[in-house]
Design a protein around this ligand. Sequence first.
Ligand code: GUN
Length: 291
Amino acid sequence: MSDLLVLSGKKVSSVVYQGLSDRIQTLKEKNIIPGLAVILVGENPASKVYVLSKTRTFKKLDLFTKTYRLSSDISQDELLHLITELNNNPSYHGILVQLPLPKHIESDKVINVIDPKKDVDGFHPENAGLLAIGRPRFIPCTPKGIMKILGHYEIGLNGKHVVVVGRSNIVGRPISILTSMKMDGANATTTLCHSRTPDIENHTRSADVVIVALGVTGFLDHSMIKEGAIVIDVGINRIDADNDKGYELVGDVDWSSIEKKASAATPVPGGVGPMTIAMLVENTVEAAEKL
Ligand code: GUN
């Protein structure tokens, strides 16, 4: 197969923003400006870049956002205290704590104190539980964005075999739930592979849709997929490059290897990444509407 369909998250995200503009306008007419508090702890370079692109988007759309930049040696109690304050601040409809957090801080404890109604990342156990029982409130942004891309390109999953590689709470676990859920666009038979799965390629080779969320550069190549498979690349990995930044971003998929075999695939950059941000805006607008 030669004519690979590039699933452009950049394009789909601009459609999402168009759809959101009326909802944002309606809120503004009621003097409600959707607001997002972002907490960034420490100096993780990738986290800094992600936070910057999230907040830039909010500012471009004239939404309210503020980033709380905290030193990497902040105590867990201080962080919990800040979140409690933000929970009670009516200017914020959403609160996002950028992960990963420094090792001395327990992420679970931090996520637990976020008001579930402001948890626009969908990581709080209450929201994760609601998703698991098929009654989602806030769906984590990356998996929600993946479903949106598939929907936009009219790639139905009904009866398809989806193989997810990676079981994180941010992507792998929730996308395995979403793809297999009883709903339009889903209803897939989903296999969740992870670090303890022997012979992962035996699973990926039988998949109609492969979703890779591992963080391993070039993990998936042509030998691991079947002819005509649809490939969703969630990886955003930095590799050294001879350019201004000193690095470039690549995915978990070896694009040049799969492009002649897959029927459709998301590129990196410009695939899943822009959708994550669009879904964060959508979830924040939703939180403001539910106020
Ligand atoms: N780190 C990597 N992805 C995400 C995300 O979607 N949200 C947060 N808060 N942290 C992340």
